[in-house]
Design a binder for this molecule. Structure first.
Ligand code: ADP
Length: 250
């Protein structure tokens, strides 16, 4: 794979938080590359460093040590202004709680990142995204008039609108029922397959993770499993074995 195939890369990434006089190591030297057009699930017990990995890789938080690249751009040493611009232009986010702007319509929410960036959205692409996520009939509604699944579709459309290098998802199906979750995961899978979009998704759910091409498992701030296309059973088994190991060693 050449450099242009790399959407995100982190090298020896560490993040230590100071909690009063105590130090908490959230990430302890993580190396990972996410290639373009791949869908990766990040799993692991609570407190294993999943959110910290997402936040530091997305330039929302600065690592204590190590390096991060989005495409060919290294984040270390960037000013806050540049980081904000890079996040806005080149990274999409989808959160468990949808994070839509309640006062804006669906269309306005989807167009918001482009408006904030001061760029004219690519009309044809936007139209395609709206159809792809099935929101054509809802464009003038406010988020409160939509179901949870529809709201998450708006958030995905908003993330796709600027054609970002990567979309980071933090428990995107955490607030959805099983059927709606499957719908949202199928959509994420499709944007990876159809548009070579890169998706990195934190999830607790082995079924959600089984939609990914690759499943990473974190424990104590390190990657302890890196599995290509494991099925639901293997994912559940690996997570359980980790649980057992932790009980035995603690
Ligand atoms: P996960 O997403 O896997 O639950 P996190 O990345 O949120 O794990 O947290 C990893 C570790 O870092 C945990 O021990 C957590 O308590 C600690 N941590 C995370 N954020 C902070 C913070 N802002 N201040 C202090 N400690 C933090």
């Amino acid at each position: 794979m050449d450099r242009t195939d790399t959407a995100v890369r982190v090298e020896q990434l560490s993040r230590v938080y100071a909690n009063g006089s105590q130090k908490v190591t959230a990430l302890a030297g993580v190396d990972v590359t996410f290639h373009r057009g791949t869908f990766t699930a990040v799993m692991g017990p609570s407190g294993s460093g999943k959110s910290t990995l997402l936040q530091t890789a997305a330039g929302l938080d600065r690592p204590t040590a190590g390096r991060v690249w989005i495409g060919g751009t290294e984040l270390s040493g960037m000013s806050e202004t540049k980081l904000t611009k890079l996040r806005r232009d080149r990274i999409g986010f989808v959160f468990q709680a949808f994070n839509l702007v309640a006062a804006l319509t669906v269309a306005e929410n989807i167009g918001l990142p482009s408006r904030l960036a001061g760029v004219r959205p690519e009309r044809a692409w936007l139209e395609h995204v709206i159809d792809r996520v099935g929101l054509r009939e809802r464009l003038h509604h406010r988020p409160s008039a939509l179901s949870g699944g529809q709201q998450q579709r708006v958030a995905i459309a908003r993330a796709l609108a600027t054609r970002p290098e990567v979309i980071f998802c933090d428990e995107p199906t955490g607030a959805l029922d099983t059927e709606t979750a499957a719908d949202v995961l199928t959509l994420l899978r499709a944007v990876v397959d159809e548009h070579r979009q890169t998706v990195v998704m934190v999830t607790h759910d082995p079924v959600a993770a089984s939609y990914a091409d690759r499943v990473l498992v974190l424990a104590d701030g390190r990657i302890v499993r890196d599995m290509p296309q494991p099925g639901v059973d293997r994912i559940a088994e690996q997570l359980a074995s980790l649980g057992r190991r932790r009980v035995v060693t603690s």
